[in-house]
Write a protein that binds this ligand. Structure first.
Ligand SMILES: *[C@@H]1O[C@H](CO)[C@@H](O)[C@H](O)[C@H]1NC(C)=O
Ligand SMILES: *[C@@H]1O[C@H](CO)[C@@H](O)[C@H](O)[C@H]1NC(C)=O
Ligand SMILES: *[C@@H]1O[C@H](CO)[C@@H](O)[C@H](O)[C@H]1NC(C)=O
Ligand SMILES: *[C@@H]1O[C@H](CO)[C@@H](O)[C@H](O)[C@H]1NC(C)=O
Ligand SMILES: *[C@@H]1O[C@H](CO)[C@@H](O)[C@H](O)[C@H]1NC(C)=O
Ligand SMILES: *[C@@H]1O[C@H](CO)[C@@H](O)[C@H](O)[C@H]1NC(C)=O
Ligand SMILES: *[C@@H]1O[C@H](CO)[C@@H](O)[C@H](O)[C@H]1NC(C)=O
Ligand SMILES: *[C@@H]1O[C@H](CO)[C@@H](O)[C@H](O)[C@H]1NC(C)=O
Ligand SMILES: *[C@@H]1O[C@H](CO)[C@@H](O)[C@H](O)[C@H]1NC(C)=O
Length: 782
């Protein structure tokens, strides 16, 4: 706490220095070319013009062993920058203004370049730079230029270090501080700690070495495989470093390389280039004359150095932001009329591309605005989530601090109540200032309940849950309640011997005490999206719980009743999203505000109930509780909803509930059951496409997530809901993303319930708050 004042000052100083020195960075922080190495082949990936499409360009990869080309994209998403390493490729969107948001996808490849999976690894504020190495990808996030690295466990960067430029190596990352000093972090001792005391304007990294440019373009390199430069070079514009190979681009456009096999083939000597890129032994460069991408350095390229006839020579940005003009012909490559590819101020162009078509006026405004909308939707959420997460954290931390003392008191009070048979209301024990309010539950006598539930007759039975059968009853005064009657414990069977009898009584007492202290905790839980516990009965070995009655039954019944009644509120998207938000808030409360935190363990659509006003409430929580360290030796949960990680490791965390809730979200979006048979379901089209047996049971996660990932949620949206407006489709697509994030195989990749609530709030606002507002307004709110 005491150190916060000097730290703040340091930040301010850093910020000032950083602002005054940011002009130093001159080479583009983004690349349109990336090289991915696999065990048997090399993929050369680039943004290539695609005049027919909305996006105007594709992200294509060519395998150097098969020379086959494949396109990577997700719906209308246009990637503006790429990065790659061994076995992976990342595509990043670069929003054209600072108010919108960026997203990054990660494709993982198998040996021969077949795709293993695609995953969205980032959505949030725009990145200021992106760099990759064999194994890692790092970026600088937003205005603060905070460093974030993906898939790099154990990398520790001290807080408050903000870079203006970055370079990533195999086991290290280097960056320029505001003043131009270079700092490296990681485990490579030939690089880290060996930084020269110079002020750099540029930095680049290979597998195990780093080069920097200082002064007017002087080059210096260090690390394993760094070249012996010998001569002074004063005009370096950009650099590409591989393994034992170093190439630089000079201001007249020529390339100079060091290392075995690094210099370009003879026929390219003296040619001018716009950009260069390297990975391992491969070096690729974009030719100035015709924007062809040529590669060399690797045996595989000997057959044909030209990989693409024409690529995007840089990242599209607003023409107005290009201080040295745009590259000739680049206007037609970008998605919108006012965009082009900036020409580097340091590079002297000597020839105009002759083969480029004249800039055409035709633009696809629809396409670009669609793209922007998507960016806004995907991105703003990241920021929102961050904010919500922060708030949630602060609030929950504050509440936990405040709540702890109360709970200890409470438990002590509970223990004092030796005999639960005394018909005393727990109400008296609730502290009057309890912020959870009305922590009041009542103890009922079994005779009272038997009377009003007609001896628990079949006529009153409305269902059964994990705890036991559920009956409906109307208490005096007209209160409708749901009564859950626990399955009778074995000990309740009358026993013969006296000793057994004594044991039975002791056992029962213990059991009742445990039951009672759980009730004390549950009585404190009061949230409008949790089914409220009103009372209990613990008598004669019976354990009975009395809950508020939920007039409209379970979400499962409404969602999966076929045909769905057109009058059902669940036949509209805004109503479905509201149900999702309600339930999410209930679960968030259990995770973040209940003390101690409660993990539900069995989130599913049958445990989400709807009251007379169609408010969704979560039921069946909190019995045989509670916290992550409570060793659940038996995996609890329901097939189709169970977190695979929990199932495997038997380690219970809040993220298991997040997984199950993700499945519920997918049920809401698709209208399919968690485990369903494809025949007759709305997704038959997909089953046909795959030519598979249409009666195989399918998991909604496996069925829906690939389409959501491909930005094609429309394929799996429940068709029983009428035609969706543009706002609704955008909101549902977004909720689909949220669901896909929730069902990630690994818990740490899933959002928290706080983040989920924030995302759903945006979706609901965008979907239903459109009356009177401009349509774009709603989208912006997402
Ligand atoms: C550095 O980044 C942190 C966030 O990681 C931010 O709070 C701080 O203001 C930044 N400092 C500068 C100098 O930009
Ligand atoms: C590709 O690599 C895999 C494993 O690394 C190997 O089994 C396979 O034979 C290789 N294929 C070719 C064509 O080299
Ligand atoms: C990109 O890849 C797709 C799919 O293989 C192909 O149809 C398209 O022609 C490629 N684009 C270019 C410019 O080569
Ligand atoms: C680097 O820049 C800082 C701030 O501008 C300056 O104080 C320092 O002397 C410079 N170091 C070198 C080696 O030029
Ligand atoms: C660049 O390097 C040359 C040769 O090493 C040296 O003479 C010159 O002073 C350097 N320039 C700067 C600005 O450091
Ligand atoms: C790079 O150089 C080091 C040391 O000379 C050597 O061990 C390594 O195999 C080289 N790597 C490549 C790809 O040539
Ligand atoms: C580019 O500049 C280098 C050094 O400044 C010079 O050796 C080379 O001849 C130049 N090439 C062209 C094509 O101008
Ligand atoms: C090399 O590849 C490019 C792009 O795929 C193609 O246009 C060109 O014809 C090829 N050249 C030769 C000699 O195969
Ligand atoms: C681009 O220019 C280079 C050098 O003039 C030439 O070798 C190559 O064939 C050209 N590529 C295309 C697609 O015209």
């Amino acid at each position: 706490m005491h150190s916060s004042q000097p730290t703040k000052l340091l930040f301010l100083l850093l910020a000032l220095v950083f602002l005054s020195a940011s002009y130093l960075v001159s080479s583009s922080p983004f690349s349109t070319v990336a090289i991915s190495r696999l065990s048997n082949t090399t993929l050369v990936c680039a943004l290539v013009p695609s005049p027919g499409s909305d996006r105007r360009y594709d992200l294509n990869c060519t395998s150097t062993s098969s020379w086959r080309q494949k396109s990577y994209h997700s719906g209308a998403t246009a990637y503006s920058a790429v990065a790659a390493g061994d076995g992976f490729l990342c595509g990043l969107t670069v929003p054209d203004d600072d108010d919108s948001y960026a997203t990054m996808r990660w494709w993982a490849f198998a040996d021969h370049g077949s795709e293993v999976y695609v995953k969205r690894v980032y959505w949030g504020p725009p990145l200021a730079a992106l760099a990759s190495s064999d194994a890692h990808v790092c970026g600088l996030i937003g205005g603060s230029h905070r460093l974030q690295c993906w898939r790099w466990a154990g990398l520790a960067i001290p807080p408050g270090v903000n870079f203006s430029a970055i370079a990533v190596g195999r086991d290290f990352v280097c960056g320029l501080l505001g003043c131009g000093a270079v700092r490296c972090f990681g485990s490579d001792r030939t690089v880290v700690g060996k930084e020269p005391p110079k002020n750099f304007s540029m930095v680049a990294a290979g597998a195990r070495h780093v080069c920097g440019v200082y002064g007017d373009g002087n080059l210096t390199c260090w690390g394993a495989g760094a070249p012996e430069l010998g001569v002074a070079l004063l005009d370096v514009v950009s650099m590409a470093l591989g393994e034992n190979k170093t190439c630089v681009l000079r201001s007249n456009g020529t390339v100079r390389c060091w290392g075995k096999g690094a210099p370009p083939p003879d026929y390219l000597a003296g040619e001018q280039f716009i950009a260069i890129q390297a990975r391992g032994d491969a070096i690729c460069a974009i030719m100035m004359v015709n924007y062809s991408l040529v590669c060399w350095g690797n045996e595989l390229f000997r057959r044909n150095h030209t990989i693409y006839d024409r690529v995007l020579p840089g990242t599209c940005s607003r023409i107005a932001s290009c201080s040295c003009g745009v590259l000739p012909g680049s206007g037609t490559m970008c998605a919108s009329e006012d965009e082009g590819i900036c020409q580097s101020c340091k590079l002297q162009l000597s020839s105009d591309p002759t083969s480029s078509p004249p800039p055409s006026q035709q633009t696809n405004i629809g396409g670009s605005s669609k793209r922007r909308m998507l960016l806004i939707i995907i991105g703003s959420v990241g920021f929102g989530l961050g904010l919500v997460a922060l708030l949630t954290f602060l609030v929950s931390a504050a509440l936990r601090k405040q709540g702890n003392g109360q709970v200890h008191d409470k438990v002590r009070v509970g223990r004092r109540r030796r005999s639960p048979a005394t018909a005393q209301s727990l109400q008296e024990e609730a502290s009057p200032d309890s912020r959870l309010g009305g922590g009041t539950i009542e103890e009922f006598s079994i005779h009272f309940l038997l009377k009003f539930a007609d001896n628990f007759s079949e006529a009153h039975k409305i269902g059964s849950g994990s705890f036991g059968a559920v009956y409906r009853a109307t208490l005096p005064g007209g209160h409708e309640v749901a009564i859950k009657r626990g399955n009778l414990p074995a000990a309740a069977v009358p026993s013969t011997s006296r000793r057994h009898e004594q044991l039975r009584i002791r056992d029962n007492e213990q059991r009742e005490r445990a039951f009672c202290s759980e009730l004390v905790l549950l009585s404190r839980i009061n949230h409008k999206n949790l089914v409220r516990l009103l009372g209990f009965c613990s008598e004669q070995g019976e354990r009975v719980l009395v809950y508020e009655y939920m007039a409209n039954g379970t979400l499962h019944d409404h969602l999966h009743r076929r045909p769905m009644s057109p009058s059902s509120p669940l036949s509209s998207w805004p109503a479905r999203l509201r149900v999702a938000l309600d339930a999410a808030r209930g679960i968030e409360y259990l995770h973040s505000y209940a003390v101690p935190a409660i993990i539900h363990r069995d989130i599913k659509s049958t445990n989400i109930l709807l009251d007379a006003e169609w408010t969704a409430k979560v039921a069946d929580f909190g019995l045989s509780l509670t916290s992550p360290d409570d060793e659940g030796s038996v995996a609890a949960g329901t097939v189709g909803y169970m977190d695979p990680e929990y199932y495997r490791l038997r380690r219970l965390t809040e993220k298991s509930d997040v997984y199950s809730f993700g499945v519920v979200l997918l049920e809401l979006v698709t209208g399919c059951k968690a485990i369903h048979r494809s025949r007759g379901v709305e997704v038959a089209a997909r089953a046909e496409e795959e030519g598979e047996g249409s009666t195989t049971p399918r998991n909604v996660v496996e069925m829906a997530v690939p389409w959501i990932e491909a930005d094609d949620v429309a394929r799996v949206m429940d068709r029983r809901v009428g035609a969706a407006s543009a706002e609704e489709t955008a909101a549902v697509a977004y909720v689909g993303y949220v669901a896909a994030e929730c069902v990630r195989p690994e818990g740490r990749d899933r959002p928290t319930m706080g983040e989920v609530v924030g995302a759903l709030e945006r979706a609901v606002a965008a979907c239903s708050g459109t009356a009177g507002a401009e349509p774009g307004e709603a989208r912006r709110r997402l």
